[in-house]
Ligand binder design. Structure first.
Ligand code: AQP
Length: 328
């Protein structure tokens, strides 16, 4: 039986946060251990260009993202790990997908609407066509499964539609039916506005970064929104308990859940416990991250090797597609 293809990408727009980790990257680490899957992971630098960063920010953040993913355990021997712009077939296919995708389908995407509100002075065309580039990333490798957080389900579903539109126009069954793959916690909430997803663009106090030192984790958690009365239903408390469930042991988690039910929970204690657990959990990561960041030539070698492996597949796919659409 041939292996199932896994593809997922992440934008180099700053440090990884706990939302990225629990929603997506944790799954990447599990999947790459499984022999049934062929994993391809990508640093989506072209996608990140839809934001407001400078060229120097971009240069630094690509390196930073590579170092952070390796520090978490992405293994370039097991997974193909590369930078999107190093494989130009991504943008070539994105253009072709632009020509089969109705504008109205792009205009109804939640991320496009959200980002247009967040960056009101920079509503560029890339924000609108972001999903056609994402569809190209995914379909270039004839992907079966895309491990992402809940916020990206809509884009993966649109990818499936784009594949179908292409098939209807040029070649029946050329692209298969791609599916999203979620973790147990597909949507981590913001610390300060827990009705929204945890997201860097709301501000750094909304997110716990994996690189945060323990005292920073504690300071951010102290500010996290909970309930006005102990035991009152609150999305903020629910979010903190979910984090405790994931990072802590079962006894500690059960103790706080019980206390929440009977109204004796002390939020200060919950936050201090959680800060300690998260700080400890990422201690090795912080150390590895520093080491990788000091070894730029190793990072460059890993990414060049990934580029070579991804390019082989991408070039073969584009050769077929150019033929199918009649330009070669
Ligand atoms: N809060 C979240 N909960 C679960 N999963 C999440 N992801 C992002 N936030 C959460 C998942 O992380 C992967 C990488 O996503 P990305 O490259 O789009 O990162 P991001 O969305 O840019 O992260 P931010 O902080 O939300 O950035 P801004 O604020 O710039 O938009 C994806 O699989 C995503 O689902």
């Amino acid at each position: 039986m041939s292996k199932k293809i896994i593809f997922s990408a992440i934008q180099p727009t700053g440090n990884l946060h706990i939302g990225n980790y629990l929603g997506a990257v944790k799954n990447w680490l599990e999947l790459q251990k499984n022999e049934d899957y062929e994993c391809i992971f990508c640093i989506a630098d072209y996608h990140a260009m839809t934001g407001d960063k400078t060229a120097q920010d971009r240069r630094d953040q690509i390196i930073l993202m590579a170092a952070e993913l390796l520090a978490l355990g992405i293994d370039p021997k097991k997974s193909t790990f590369f930078v999107q712009s190093h494989v130009p077939e991504h943008t070539e296919l994105a253009w072709i997908f632009n020509t089969v995708t109705p504008i109205a389908e792009l205009e109804r995407m939640t991320q496009y609407k959200d980002k247009s509100q967040k960056q009101i002075k920079n509503i560029n065309t890339g924000l609108l066509t972001y999903p056609t580039l994402m569809a190209a990333d995914i379909l270039l490798y004839h992907t079966d499964l895309v491990p992402v957080g809940e916020d990206q389900i809509q884009h993966v579903e649109l990818t499936r539609d784009i594949g179908r539109w292409f098939n209807n126009k040029y070649a029946e069954n050329y692209f298969g039916e791609v599916k999203p793959l979620l973790t147990e916690i597909p949507r981590v909430k913001s610390l300060l506005e827990p009705t929204k997803k945890m997201s860097k663009s709301y501000g750094l106090n909304h997110v716990l970064e994996l690189a945060d030192e323990p005292e920073v984790v504690l300071a951010k958690l102290k500010k996290a929104v909970t309930a006005s009365e102990p035991g009152e239903k609150s999305p903020g408390v629910e979010n903190l308990l979910l984090l405790l469930k994931n990072f802590g042991d079962e006894t500690v988690y059960n103790k706080f859940v019980e206390a929440e039910k009977n109204g004796t929970i002390k939020y200060g204690e919950l936050k201090a416990t959680l800060a300690q657990i998260i700080g400890d959990y990422f201690a090795d990561f912080r150390e590895n991250r520093t080491q990788y960041l000091e070894d730029r030539s190793y990072l460059a070698t890993v990414l060049a090797d990934g580029e070579e492996r991804a390019s082989k597949i991408a070039k073969a796919t584009m050769k077929e597609i150019r033929h199918l659409i009649g330009i070669r």
